[in-house]
Ligand binder design. Structure first.
Ligand code: NAP
Length: 312
């Protein structure tokens, strides 16, 4: 198939492009080129901005399908949730329909909700509405948090936990459940969604093989990155209400170019982000991989210092 992939230079997009190329598809990677991601040999970026709509008609011309992966999790200047995730998706849908694209596959998020108190989830919900209203053969996948090389969630968490501390600072009660899924497994689901006609007009929830609370994830990341040791081992959980942490996050957002967490992301951490454990095996026929293997790549496992080898 000829497939245009918006957000094809992003974390998920890079893996989706690799997966689809291996499956023999002809690809067009669509984005603004802000992200300088190296593309596989023979592919070059096709300009398309979902906010302004510039370039999308040309980028989708001649495509059999569009996989729409463009979205933001942090607002920056004109890149707001409303502009990128909601209106940007509507712009992509309109351009794809104008170009005569048959199939539109959209990656959404578990927990989408029109509630404006959760602006990211609300914008993803609005994006879904635009997709559902289209006359194309659309498919929507709602994913839990995705892990893999270059991911945002686990890298940020690992970065925050690298600061030695006697405490494990947990936003909320830490009991919200997540179901992390590997980026390669999410890409397999997207591939099936684009290739298999019977999946038209379906909404699939996808997640990995475990339900993990935020506290369990934080403990696992702390252990894997080697900072859960020595004087501070194990760290003592310090649960703070999200409302109390929000002003701190808002201040960091203003002061730091790359804050570890934004106020809006904090709010999301207290929301359940899980589906059925058998969701992927049932709908896509394979067992997704667990998080543990990936965590080992986040940092060296801390070992007690070993004595230098004796020379005698
Ligand atoms: N990562 C997760 O844990 C997770 C979980 C659930 C759902 N999802 C969904 O998965 C999708 C991909 O997420 P990701 O983590 O791969 O995001 P990402 O790494 O931040 O990638 C975003 C992509 O969108 C492009 N983009 C941003 N603004 C754009 C614009 N105005 N016009 C055109 N392209 C634009 C970026 O390239 P340029 O900036 O160069 O244009 C980049 O290629 C999103 O829809 C997200 O909601 C992700």
């Amino acid at each position: 198939m000829r497939i245009a992939v918006t957000g094809g230079t992003g974390f998920v997009g890079t893996e989706v492009v690799r997966t689809l190329l291996l499956a023999g598809h002809e690809l067009r990677v669509v984005g603004r080129g802000v992200r300088q991601a190296p593309l596989p040999d023979g592919l070059r970026l096709t300009f398309g901005d979902v906010v302004t709509g510039a370039g999308l008609d040309g980028a989708f011309a001649g495509a059999d399908a569009v996989i729409h992966l463009t979205a933001i999790i942090r607002e920056r200047g004109p890149q707001t949730f409303a502009a990128v995730n909601a209106q940007g998706t509507a712009n992509a849908v309109d351009a794809a329909a104008r170009a005569g694209v048959g199939r539109f596959v959209h990656l959404s998020a578990l927990g989408v909700d029109p509630d404006p108190d959760f602006p990211y989830l609300a914008s993803k919900w609005q994006g879904e509405q635009a997709v559902r209203a289209s006359q194309m053969d659309w498919v929507i996948l709602r994913s839990s948090v995705i892990f893999g090389p270059g991911d945002g969630f686990f890298r940020q968490l690992a970065g925050a936990l690298r600061v030695p501390s006697p405490f494990l600072l947990i936003p909320g009660d830490g009991r919200a459940r997540f179901q992390p899924i590997a980026v390669g497994d999410a890409a397999r689901c997207l591939e099936a969604a684009v290739e298999e006609p019977a999946r038209r007009h379906q909404v699939y929830e996808i997640g990995g093989p475990q339900h993990l609370t935020l506290e369990e994830i934080m403990r696992a990341v702390a252990a894997a990155t080697g900072r859960d040791w020595f004087l501070f081992s194990p760290r003592r959980p310090l649960r703070l209400p999200v409302a109390a942490l929000k002003p701190v996050a808002a201040l960091m957002d203003r002061l730091l170019p790359n804050p570890p967490v934004t106020a809006q992301q904090l709010a999301l951490l207290s929301r359940a982000n899980a589906t059925r454990l058998d969701a992927v095996p049932q709908a896509f026929g394979f067992d997704p991989m667990p998080l543990a293997a990936h965590l080992q790549t986040l940092g060296p496992q801390r070992r007690w210092p070993t004595a230098p080898a004796s020379s005698t």
